[in-house]
Design a protein around this ligand. Structure first.
Ligand SMILES: *Cc1c(COP(=O)(O)O)cnc(C)c1O
Length: 374
């Protein structure tokens, strides 16, 4: 029986390292509500990401919902359909209406040249996603936002550790939201955060993630419960110690894929569009096949060989049962096409190079033979 290879495999610190971090909890019995480890992780993240304010949350989705809520938005939000369902859910669960903008075919991020045409007097915000770690056109998006007085909240769940123009990608926008889910590059088991730019917003988020409690007897807002507990914070502290090594190891895997797959007929490999301004984080390795049928064949062929690639992001959000009566994927044809052709290959730090070669052999197999015939 061959070893199963999944699209990702969460990294773990050594058991000793984690135990050492959580041991004091048996002394303090302070397990959540901004405990010592929570504060320690917060400071470590502020330093690592070089940001002023970060509010830790129980998961990325809650972080997204509360970031949106904190701006008291009303009306329409321009966003991308090429993302995880969480982005759209968070908009709708805030009583806002998503307006879907198409993406760019080469890096899958929102097409900034198509945003302005979607703006109406009801538009209040733009929620772009740095999908797969590809950075949106931050400058152009900010220009549009400034011109029309719109709030920009980035879903930066895929860009942990990435930098653009010498700054952490998550430092941009009015707020950026991170996910620390187990499958992400940096994780706290479950977890997430909002990066913001004022003490005022930080305190507002603090209240929103704690039921809206402002004082011992006062609740002045309908908040949620989205606090990060000490066990998650401890996992984050351990993982953050090893983050550079994690990114380096992924880089090696990523580059091996590029080497192996760049000249394979019918396989489009990722292109880094950020140029020298971008420090990548090597979080994902999405390829595009010629069409839907070829993608399905490839997915199944890999699966038969115990390689579980994933069709992220397929179906497109607007094609999910809960959304398809209200939205039309034909209005974002490039996103629809990408969803039909994309396949995300396994990428994690302890994927060995011989495993990468094995995966690439199956990806390339039939295609190499095909080109031999010509
Ligand atoms: C993972 C993810 C989320 C949600 O984060 P959770 O921590 O799983 O709640 C939101 N948006 C994107 C793009 C994601 O990949």
């Amino acid at each position: 029986m061959k070893k199963d290879i999944y699209v990702t495999r969460p990294s773990l610190p050594s058991l000793e390292e984690y135990i050492k971090e959580i041991e004091p909890l048996w002394e303090s019995h302070k397990l959540t509500n901004s405990g010592k480890l929570h504060e320690k992780l917060k400071e470590m993240l502020k330093q690592y990401l070089r940001v002023g304010y970060i509010s830790l949350m129980t998961n990325g989705h809650s972080a997204l919902e509360l970031a949106l809520q904190s701006f008291s938005l009303k009306g329409e939000v321009i966003t991308t359909p090429f993302t995880f369902a969480s982005t759209t859910h968070a908009i709708i669960r805030n009583g806002l209406k998503p307006v879907f903008c198409d993406i760019k075919p080469y890096d899958f991020t929102i097409d900034e040249t198509k945003i302005e045409a979607l703006i109406t007097e009801k538009t209040c915000a733009i929620v772009p996603v740095h999908v797969y770690g590809n950075v949106c056109n931050i400058d152009e998006i900010q220009k549009i936002a400034d011109k029309y007085h719109l709030t920009v909240i980035y879903d930066a769940a895929h860009t942990f550790g990435a930098e653009w123009n010498g700054q952490s990608v998550s430092a941009y926008g009015d707020a950026s939201v991170l996910s620390f889910h187990a499958t992400k590059l940096f994780h706290t088991l479950e977890g997430g955060a909002v990066i913001c730019h004022s003490q005022e917003m930080y305190e507002h988020l603090y209240s929103l993630k704690n039921f809206g409690i402002r004082s011992e007897l006062g609740i002045d807002e309908i908040g949620a419960n989205a606090k990060m507990d000490e066990f998650r914070a401890a996992m984050g502290i351990c993982n953050l110690r090893h983050i550079e090594e994690e990114i380096q190891k992924r880089k090696v895997v990523y580059e091996r894929y590029q080497e192996n797959l760049t000249d394979i007929k019918g396989v489009t490999v990722p292109t880094c569009t950020g140029g020298i301004s971008l420090k990548q984080n090597y979080a994902y390795y999405p390829i595009l096949l010629e069409n839907y049928e070829e993608r399905e064949k490839m997915y199944n062929r890999l699966k038969q060989n115990n390689i579980y690639a994933r069709r992220y992001f397929y179906p497109l959000i607007t094609d999910f049962d809960c959304y398809r009566e209200h939205f039309h994927s034909t209005e974002t044809p490039i996103a629809k096409d990408a969803a039909d052709r994309v396949l995300t290959l396994p990428l994690y730090s302890d994927l060995t190079l011989s495993e990468v070669d094995e995966i690439c052999k199956h990806v390339a197999n039939k295609r190499l033979k095909e080109s031999c015939h010509v």
